[in-house]
Ligand binder design. Structure first.
Ligand SMILES: Cc1ncc(COP(=O)(O)O)c(C=O)c1O
Length: 346
């Protein structure tokens, strides 16, 4: 089996997690009678330093519920052009909430006050209202970039001072915390709402949570229903998230070390480069013009599976189902494949 570095969403629930899930007490969560979901929501809110949290089926839904509540049709949403909310959520800000995207384009997905300021419009009859600022930490599409906390605080504060509701897509906030030796609440205190995923680095099979103040989350429960995201005896899957928080949070640093190991090995190839990864994603650049990222992925496919993000870039994501040895093997497979493609060896 090739080492699966396509995403940290591919993890399998461990036997212990499955056992914990099987034992979970459940009830009808539409009537708020699922004790396991309540436990997860309370635990998550506490961890994030927010008044309340809502369990939802996906990070996509969690983000879009937040955006729907923060703005009205015809309002503006300021976000990076390759942020998940704009780039990978099937046009939901426009389709579900009528939001007008104003996009920021920076190299690493983070940005400063000046970029936001440049997108604020005068308050008059011609323009959509300045309304929402969405930040993403870690920033997925540029390789799990971790925001500088001071920059994050400055931008969020600037947004709030200028009447914007600030949302954090923290699908991998856990990774950002490990990488920067911070706590989730250290980031969440600057934003009005935050979405976190249990189904990525934490290794739970399903689900995300939206957190904010109690009234906001009460309204979010209503919007979740409007989007069809209410669930019944979903404590059985929420239990996977509780187990993941209790057992898989502390080990996330191992994934970061493994991503660094991959980068160190791949970077020795004269055809490839791979800078030290900030979190659990190693981005390989194909420097040799004789072949591209898709060819590299195909050539190494017997040993490792990874996504070509575009013509010259391959993304490798580490997670709890790949060991250090497997990461090393995968990295060496890329180096060998590049050499073959360059015609160095048969
Ligand atoms: C940054 C980010 N936000 C949101 C999501 C959406 O999560 P889900 O797949 O649970 O909808 C993802 C998924 O990979 C993501 O990477």
């Amino acid at each position: 089996m090739p080492v699966n570095l396509r995403s940290d969403t591919f993890t399998q629930p461990s036997p212990a997690m499955r056992e914990y899930m099987a034992q979970a007490p459940v009830g009808d969560d539409v009537f708020r009678e699922d004790p396991t979901i309540r436990e997860l929501e309370e635990k998550t809110a506490k961890l994030l330093g927010k008044q309340a949290a809502l369990y939802v089926p996906s990070g996509h839904m969690s983000n879009q519920i937040a955006l729907n509540l923060h703005g009205r049709p015809g309002d503006s949403l300021i976000a990076h052009r390759e942020s998940h909310v704009l780039f990978y959520e099937t046009g939901s800000p426009a389709a579900l909430s009528g939001l007008d995207a104003r996009v920021i384009d920076t190299a690493d997905g983070t940005f400063g006050v000046d970029e936001v300021k440049a997108l604020l419009k005068p308050v008059n009859i011609h323009f959509t209202r300045n309304r929402i600022l969405s930040l993403e930490n870690t920033f997925n599409n540029r390789g799990g970039i971790v925001w500088d906390r001071r920059l994050f605080a400055e931008v969020a504060a600037f947004g709030s001072e200028n009447g914007l509701s600030v949302h954090l897509d923290g699908a991998r906030l856990w990774n950002a915390c490990h990488a920067s030796a911070t706590q989730p609440a250290d980031w969440c205190s600057y934003v009005d709402s935050v979405s976190v995923c249990f189904s990525k680095g934490l290794g739970a099979p399903v689900g995300s949570a939206l957190a904010g103040d109690a009234e906001f989350i009460e309204q979010a429960r209503h919007v979740r229903k409007r989007f069809g995201g209410q669930m019944r005896q979903a404590g059985i899957i929420a239990a996977g998230a509780i187990y993941a928080l209790d057992n898989n949070y502390e080990r996330i640093g191992e994934d970061h070390a493994n991503a660094q190991l991959i980068a160190g090995i791949v970077d020795t190839s004269e055809h490839l480069s791979c800078p030290a990864p900030p979190s659990n994603m190693a981005l390989i650049t194909v420097d040799n013009p004789a072949f591209d990222a898709h060819q590299l992925v195909d050539a190494a496919a017997a040993d490792v599976s990874a996504f070509a993000l575009h013509e010259r870039r391959v993304r490798c994501v580490t997670h709890l189902d790949v060991s250090r040895e497997e990461c090393e093997q995968a990295a060496r497979a890329f180096v060998r494949a590049a050499a073959r493609l360059a015609g160095e060896v048969n």
